[in-house]
Ligand binder design. Sequence first.
Ligand SMILES: *[C@@H]1O[C@H](CO)[C@@H](O)[C@H](O)[C@H]1NC(C)=O
Ligand SMILES: *[C@@H]1O[C@H](CO)[C@@H](O)[C@H](O)[C@H]1NC(C)=O
Ligand SMILES: *[C@@H]1O[C@H](CO)[C@@H](O)[C@H](O)[C@H]1NC(C)=O
Ligand SMILES: *[C@@H]1O[C@H](CO)[C@@H](O)[C@H](O)[C@H]1NC(C)=O
Ligand SMILES: *[C@@H]1O[C@H](CO)[C@@H](O)[C@H](O)[C@H]1NC(C)=O
Ligand SMILES: *[C@@H]1O[C@H](CO)[C@@H](O)[C@H](O)[C@H]1NC(C)=O
Ligand SMILES: *[C@@H]1O[C@H](CO)[C@@H](O)[C@H](O)[C@H]1NC(C)=O
Ligand SMILES: *[C@@H]1O[C@H](CO)[C@@H](O)[C@H](O)[C@H]1NC(C)=O
Ligand SMILES: *[C@@H]1O[C@H](CO)[C@@H](O)[C@H](O)[C@H]1NC(C)=O
Ligand SMILES: *[C@@H]1O[C@H](CO)[C@@H](O)[C@H](O)[C@H]1NC(C)=O
Length: 812
Amino acid sequence: MCNLRSFFTPLLAVLLLQSLVVVVSAQGSATTWKTLTGNPPLVIARGGFSGLFPDSSSDAFQFATLASLPDVVLWCDVQLTKDSVGICAPDLRLDNYTSIAQVMQNKDKLYLVNGIPTRGWFTVDFTLNELSLIFLTQGIYSRSEKFDNIYSIQTVEDVANLKPPGLWLNIQHDAFFTQHNLSMRNYVLSLYRRVVINHLSSPEVGFLRSVVKRFNLNITKLVLRFLEPNVIEPSTNETYGSLSNNLTFIKTFASGILIPKSYIWPLDASNYVQPHTSIVSDAHKAGLEVFVSDFYNDVPLSYNYSYDPVTEYLNFVDYVDFSVDGVLSDFPVTPSATIGKLNFFMGAVVSLPTIIELSTVATSSFSYSDFSFCIADCFSGLGKNAAPQVNLSVISKNGASGDYPGCTDLAYQNAILDGADVIDCPVQISKDGIPFCLGTINLFDSTTVAQSSYSNRAQTIPQIEAGSGIFTFSLTWSDIQSLTPVISSPYSKNELFRNPKFRNSGKFLTLSDFLALAKNASSLSGVLISIENAAYLIEKEGLPVTDKVLDVLSKAGYDDPTSKKVMIESTNSSVLKKFRDKNNYELVYRIEEDIQDAQDAALKDIKGFANSVVISKASVFRESSSFLIGVTNVVPKLRSHGLSVYVETFRNEFVSQAWDFFSDSTVEINSYVMGASISGVITEFPLTSARYKSKSLMFLVDMQQYRVNPGRSWNRCLGSNSSSRPYMSPARPGDLVQLIAPFALPPAQPPSPVITAPDVEEGPLPSHRASAPVPGGGATAIPPGPPNGLPKIGACIFLSNLAMLITILLLL
Ligand SMILES: *[C@@H]1O[C@H](CO)[C@@H](O)[C@H](O)[C@H]1NC(C)=O
Ligand SMILES: *[C@@H]1O[C@H](CO)[C@@H](O)[C@H](O)[C@H]1NC(C)=O
Ligand SMILES: *[C@@H]1O[C@H](CO)[C@@H](O)[C@H](O)[C@H]1NC(C)=O
Ligand SMILES: *[C@@H]1O[C@H](CO)[C@@H](O)[C@H](O)[C@H]1NC(C)=O
Ligand SMILES: *[C@@H]1O[C@H](CO)[C@@H](O)[C@H](O)[C@H]1NC(C)=O
Ligand SMILES: *[C@@H]1O[C@H](CO)[C@@H](O)[C@H](O)[C@H]1NC(C)=O
Ligand SMILES: *[C@@H]1O[C@H](CO)[C@@H](O)[C@H](O)[C@H]1NC(C)=O
Ligand SMILES: *[C@@H]1O[C@H](CO)[C@@H](O)[C@H](O)[C@H]1NC(C)=O
Ligand SMILES: *[C@@H]1O[C@H](CO)[C@@H](O)[C@H](O)[C@H]1NC(C)=O
Ligand SMILES: *[C@@H]1O[C@H](CO)[C@@H](O)[C@H](O)[C@H]1NC(C)=O
């Protein structure tokens, strides 16, 4: 692997163009930070950008400096080799994050680590030279392994040579190295003569006390790292929990503490956040800074944060009565964006997330203060009021269905509170002809009908969907009201569940209740009503759903031109044509399938019956193995035909996002909005999109415009004339995938289909009078289940519908 670094450097540079984003928000109203010093909280990148690249790899460190606030601190876990060289590596044992187990078979050992017998390949058994034969791998299985076996181990000095704005060394195991006759203390003290160490942390009080007199504490801050409260700190024989009540003692040898998140916001047994402790203000009173660890975008966050890491960071960096002094993160872009945007609006020192040319950092000919100045200069002229607003419609999907059972009063009320512009009602119709809102026509998907006395109403109707279902038109509205709603759980197989406390809360609404609720909410600009299966309902069940919708809308006062906007959505053009003479309605054609292109004839047809189109995320950016590999022509083509484009479905759970979005739903939204120029998002988590839209100033700093002229300081900010836009398109699909070694590239994907005119054209809807309803709709009858009460599991086996099986399992 010759000179990989020079090969990857230009590629990394390209990557930067892609999606570096600053989110600026007016979240904080304070004029100064409630940190100990009043300065903004520090962003500390654990092992670099270890959420993406292998921990402590060269690109993890370099990318962290590029994707974060300009004063980002690089965190290095120091381990010693047999020949006393300090390396940056997350653990004593190499087998967890390198290829060593394959390269040096049978060289593993059994040692006591803090009294616990531990087997593995330990750094103390290998010289640096021997370690040059092995490569780093991703130690956390849920992250991409595509960057494995590219990067070699970095020494602490390699990292220091990057001249990062801050270097933080963590000494997790001083005692272990002492047992192996290696002195971490001597190593650190000798390194200190050559390298600026900004922070030095350890969970061992004895180690910190042994070095405290040897450091200039104006340059190096000593920090006691807390382990879990019940763990005993060996040198004091006290638990970390009891040490946390002894802050004046800690102040005698340290200037700060590093604590897990739960010391501030404890979680209850069911993963909800409890009221915060007083540790931050206690530590600040004792003169200690408070740094917080365990921030990962890609783990199940507390339900209170709705899987949105920005929401979590805000609770720490800008809470009502405190700000912590720094956060230790595997995804430093997210706290950088959170802190940077707060900073901008606070009018304090402007220190925005920046992108700095990689080669510049590497050759260290670059001054960070110049860069901050440049940014400040560029934005000082803009002022708060000039902050450009994103023009984006935030449309809910079944209300705030990420937090509450879909289409219930709770889901809609919360979507409104969360700041949605448009709430949606997927109209279904009951046996007695009442239109109401529910995500699917099959009651299995979002209610406990399988548990109810109606469980014997299951039918198989291939025209509607494969598999069997209990359909809304088989029950009366009062039957349906008696059913219990169920929260959707699209990622339960990844163990990511939604708000269990409200799993069965809320009540369903008729279309008319829904319209009244929406009409009352002054923040809403409109409602979206989607209609499916209209032809079947009218022909087989005698239920003219389009007529009913028109009637309810008119009765609710939505025909009044001054009322809220009405959007009618369908995948079937014949439905939209029924609404054509309602001039004030926006007609939305939904293309359910992922497409890669659209023929002109199809576009002309669509333009004939619709004002806008809903497409899937995969119809905008093409993905392979969750890496973006390209952008389709679909959005530009739709827009060139004068159609607005809404994209579905945005979710906060990180498993729903491509790697290119760093497990941060805000980065994903920004990439679609700024990168693909879409007009609206359809989202189950409207809070995240609404915060992005209303309070955020997103911008991307284009590296090309930040090229340093040798010998001169940054003299061009965001381009020197008006042709340069400061708000750059962030989406550069394909950039990240280029960093993958050729042998690990994802397989080629078959292309998605192209939408054609015949796909779009439909015959007219059958008219109501023309067709007598066929009782039962010609459906295959299903043998009835037990007459009353819960069905036996055996009776459910015929149900091929996975969603129903999951529902049943959840309810058992
Ligand atoms: C490395 O250690 C972490 C934490 O102990 C563990 O979750 C992970 O599975 C380990 N990975 C490997 C490759 O052993
Ligand atoms: C450390 O040094 C002592 C004394 O020199 C020796 O007895 C011991 O075996 C050494 N331990 C290790 C792990 O090398
Ligand atoms: C640290 O800074 C303080 C205040 O600026 C100064 O008085 C002190 O001499 C400095 N200490 C060292 C060791 O430089
Ligand atoms: C604080 O910790 C020190 C060292 O363990 C101990 O000597 C002292 O008694 C403790 N003070 C309190 C109030 O617990
Ligand atoms: C540590 O404390 C425990 C109980 O608090 C005591 O039993 C034990 O002897 C102590 N160990 C040392 C090394 O002081
Ligand atoms: C977290 O959510 C639960 C359930 O909604 C709520 O009871 C609790 O107060 C929330 N925690 C905080 C700190 O707001
Ligand atoms: C409309 O708002 C008023 C006052 O905010 C409230 O009293 C009323 O119940 C609301 N109506 C509906 C249908 O939500
Ligand atoms: C925002 O977008 C909507 C529809 O996409 C358009 O009608 C409107 O003119 C846009 N507003 C601005 C200020 O660009
Ligand atoms: C402004 O932009 C135009 C077009 O990119 C370019 O030709 C011109 O030289 C620029 N002016 C300055 C002062 O950079
Ligand atoms: C669309 O509606 C027409 C009736 O207008 C019907 O014949 C056709 O099957 C429907 N298409 C789909 C895909 O449901």
